[in-house]
Design a protein around this ligand. Structure first.
Ligand code: GLU
Length: 483
């Protein structure tokens, strides 16, 4: 017998941008589908008008695309299906699995307060479950508003969670939940069941904060005589302070990480390792590899911690794994945006750009580091870093730089070995450490006190430019002294 095609989904609510938790759950679902040759779908859960913002849907979809997640059918919008739930509600009433509840919000509130004061269970007291046919007819004739409640049967319910194993709850812990409000709007759990059923979802993989919903949803499936999908609940991502990651606490969304220079592949890889592992010590796992090895059995039960430093380190690994020409293509628009150079300039000096990228990439942990470390390769209008000036620029440094200029001027072929040789010779002559020359020269030619090997920078800039910049720095130092 051929196995049923796997169909999974991510169901974001557009109440914020793509959250790292939702992205991670999307990744698990997507990898599961891709690994099994199944389908990955998207459903936008936008029925809660007060919390949903239609303008957030596109950014959520864009952030998923950015991560490399694609979907196999048009996204389903819950708000467009609002009228389709009534049929199911009627089915539940007609089969005796749901009943009309005429209790007013005030009555419910009062009862709840009383129960609270008496330390009794807060559940609905089933006042409307036992109304007679005549009573109901009468109330309907009076146009009394009513909600619809699901009648939870006696006993207990067990389901086999694909990650957590068998989970059992006493049905008495669940009240007869409202599935349709007095205004005719279906309630969340009913909509989820109907949508998952109509979308042919075979496996629901979602955060473990939904386990209590799962029990409610299983009751709805059973009442509708539908077979529930498989359920798999993944552990929630925590902050280093062990609180749940949240926008409110200042945690960034996926697009923000992208804007900060995190590569999509690194983000994908990092998020996938939050709660899942290949069961060996590999951490650098590109998407193509993950597609082959992802299995739900390797999702851990415990809550993973979001460690941003780890993400940045992994991003650095991805940067180093990219060929220079690919990085150059990614960095070029950023350099133009930063105002360092023009598109035309770069297009005509592509090899120069690749050399710089090759030089910097060992040191870059975010794509934005390329921009931060490269201004001086494109023009000489940069300012010297204040702190470095205090530490490195003084008359002695100027004097030494003057002598170094003479040495550099006499180099016939301004190549790495010759540059290094000239600087080494002067250090020896002056009986100083090479660093005494390297630090001020670095500041003179780049304006900053960090970056790749100075000899490489000097070679890339070329003899004339290096001499011009060193002379400009000497003048600057001399003027400093005048003040
Ligand atoms: N909209 C829900 C959420 O964002 C998803 C519910 C589900 O996956 O069933 O948490």
């Amino acid at each position: 017998m051929s196995e049923k095609e796997v169909r999974v989904r991510i169901a974001p609510s557009p109440s914020g941008y793509l959250h790292v938790g939702t992205a991670r759950t999307a990744i698990f679902n997507w990898l599961y589908a891709r690994n099994k040759g199944g389908k990955f779908l998207v459903r936008i859960e936008d029925t809660d008008v007060s919390r949903s913002d239609a303008a957030l849907v596109q950014p959520i979809l864009d952030a998923m695309k950015w991560l490399g997640i694609d979907w196999d059918e048009e996204p389903v919008y819950q708000s467009k299906k609002i009228d389709s739930y009534g049929v199911y509600v009627n089915k539940l009433i007609n089969s005796g699995n749901a009943y009309r509840c005429f209790c007013t919000p005030d009555e419910l509130d009062e009862r709840r307060k009383k129960a609270m004061a008496e330390k009794k269970p807060l559940q609905y007291n089933r006042a409307c479950l036992h109304r007679s046919e005549d009573e109901i007819k009468q109330l309907l004739a009076e146009n009394k508003p009513f909600a619809i409640r699901l009648k939870i049967p006696d006993g207990e319910t067990t389901y086999n969670d694909k990650i957590l194993g068998d989970i059992t709850r006493q049905n008495s812990e669940i009240e007869d939940l409202i599935i349709c409000r007095a205004n005719g709007r279906a309630i969340y759990n009913l909509a989820v069941v109907v949508d998952d059923h109509e979308m042919g979802i075979t496996d629901v993989i979602r955060g473990n904060d939904h386990i209590s919903n799962t029990f409610k949803q299983i009751h709805i499936y059973q009442a509708l005589s539908l077979t529930p999908p498989n359920f798999a609940h993944v552990p929630l991502i925590l902050r280093p302070d062990k609180k749940k990651v949240s926008k409110r606490l200042g945690d960034k969304d996926v697009a923000e990480y992208g804007a900060e220079g995190i590569l999509p592949e690194a983000m994908f890889n990092f998020l996938c390792l939050l709660g899942w592992s290949p069961k060996d010590d590999r951490e650098f796992l590109p998407i193509e590899e993950l597609k082959k090895i992802f299995v739900l059995e390797n999702v851990n039960g415990s809550n993973p911690i979001f460690n941003e430093e780890k993400l940045i380190a992994l991003n650095g690994e991805y940067i180093r794994s990219y060929p220079d020409h690919e990085l150059a293509a990614m960095v070029a628009p950023e350099l133009v945006r930063a105002g360092y150079t023009s598109k035309y300039w770069l297009e005509t000096r592509w090899q120069y750009l690749m050399d710089i990228i090759g030089m910097l990439k060992e040191r870059c942990k975010r794509m934005s580091d390329f921009v931060a470390m490269s201004e001086h390769f494109f023009h000489n209008e940069f300012e010297y870093d204040d702190k470095a000036v205090k530490k490195r620029f003084n008359h002695e440094a100027a004097e030494r730089m003057k002598q170094l200029c003479d040495k550099f001027e006499s180099i016939g072929n301004f190549k790495l070995e010759n540059i290094e040789g000239a600087l080494g010779d002067l250090a020896e002559e002056l009986q100083i450490k090479k660093g005494e020359l390297i630090h001020p020269v670095r500041l003179a030619v780049s304006g900053i006190s960090f970056g790749p090997s100075l000899y490489h920078i000097l070679e890339a800039l070329g003899q004339q430019e290096v001499l011009a910049r060193m002379k400009k720095a000497i003048e600057f130092i001399n003027k400093m002294g005048d003040k």
